[in-house]
Design a protein around this ligand. Structure first.
Ligand SMILES: NC(=O)c1ccc[n+]([C@@H]2O[C@H](COP(=O)([O-])OP(=O)(O)OC[C@H]3O[C@@H](n4cnc5c(N)ncnc54)[C@H](OP(=O)(O)O)[C@@H]3O)[C@@H](O)[C@H]2O)c1
Length: 255
């Protein structure tokens, strides 16, 4: 059954795909809580959405890798439930694992995994009790394949996809929709055209919102990426590993 959401919390709404989620939801009349670190961008977005769409927008400035600031967001979700949670905030450090600072990669896990799990846990019991609600978790196509050059990022996105699919199965019959959104390469600046490889952020956000409202387990935006998905699953893993490693090496050599 298609669900419409009167209230939503979007993490990472200050730019990129998260800003598109916020704009599309506001355009559908959804009251918003928007979360990120850059307060100036959040405030500007909030003013624009209120003026344009006459929705209520609450700004929470929070670093979701900081347990204290993240805790405030969790408490907000428990105290005043939202009907849709979009776990979009995410980050990836690129380079060989052994050469990247360990701290950066642990912070990446805090944001991409720990924050997503904690916020999901903050909303789900209430949604189950009410028999409706949605959680849209942003993973990535890179979660489906080995990711040399972004080993930690790829692993966090594989976690998000596996975790979200399992929770989807647990709660689907209780009226709660949990959806994994797996974008491929997505241009995050305004008005950038799509091409064979690159998606536009608005089409990614729209596909994710449609999928969660319909209760789909998985959403892969873009026909080109949907076409690639079976190959990623069918190609023998050693071949896939060698191919992505070669691509990574060539990209590194050409820099
Ligand atoms: N673009 C792509 O090609 C692509 C492909 C597949 C998946 N994705 C996923 O899509 C999601 C959005 O990515 P994007 O490309 O739109 O990136 P983006 O433009 O860099 O946006 C990332 C958002 O996350 C927020 N954020 C980062 N660190 C944070 C922190 N510590 N605490 C709170 N918020 C934080 C940023 O806001 P502040 O800096 O203001 O905190 C920003 O709003 C991510 O999960 C990403 O992994 C992107």
């Amino acid at each position: 059954m298609r669900q419409a959401y009167r209230t939503a919390l979007v993490t990472g709404a200050s730019s990129g795909i998260g800003e598109s989620f916020a704009r599309l939801l506001a355009g559908r009349g959804t009251d918003l809580v928007i979360v990120a670190r850059r307060t100036d961008l959040l405030d500007r977005l909030a003013r624009d959405l209120v003026e344009r769409y006459r929705v209520a927008v609450e700004v929470i400035a929070a670093d979701l890798t900081d347990p204290v600031q993240r805790g405030a967001v969790e408490r907000r979700l428990r105290a005043e439930p939202v009907e849709l949670l979009v776990n979009n905030a995410g980050y990836g450090a690129f380079g060989p694992f052994a050469e990247l600072p360990l701290g950066d990669q642990l912070t990446e896990i805090e944001l991409n995994v720990t924050a997503l799990v904690r916020l999901t846990h903050a909303v789900l019991p209430g949604m189950i009790a009410r028999g409706r609600g949605g959680v849209l978790n942003v993973a990535s196509m890179s979660g489906f394949a080995p990711s040399p050059g972004s080993a930690t990022y790829g692993a966090t996105k594989a976690y998000v996809a596996s975790f979200s699919e399992s929770v989807h199965a647990e709660v689907a019959a209780k009226g709660v929709h949990v959806t994994t959104l797996c974008p491929g390469f997505t241009r995050t600046e305004d008005d950038a055209p799509a091409n064979l490889l690159w998606l536009r952020r608005e089409e990614v956000a729209r596909a994710g919102l449609d999928a969660v409202s319909l209760g789909r387990a998985l959403c892969v935006p873009g026909a080109q990426y949907r076409a690639a998905l079976p190959a990623l699953k069918l190609v023998p893993r050693p071949l896939l590993r060698a191919a992505v490693n070669r691509m990574w090496q060539q990209a590194s050599d050409s820099r």
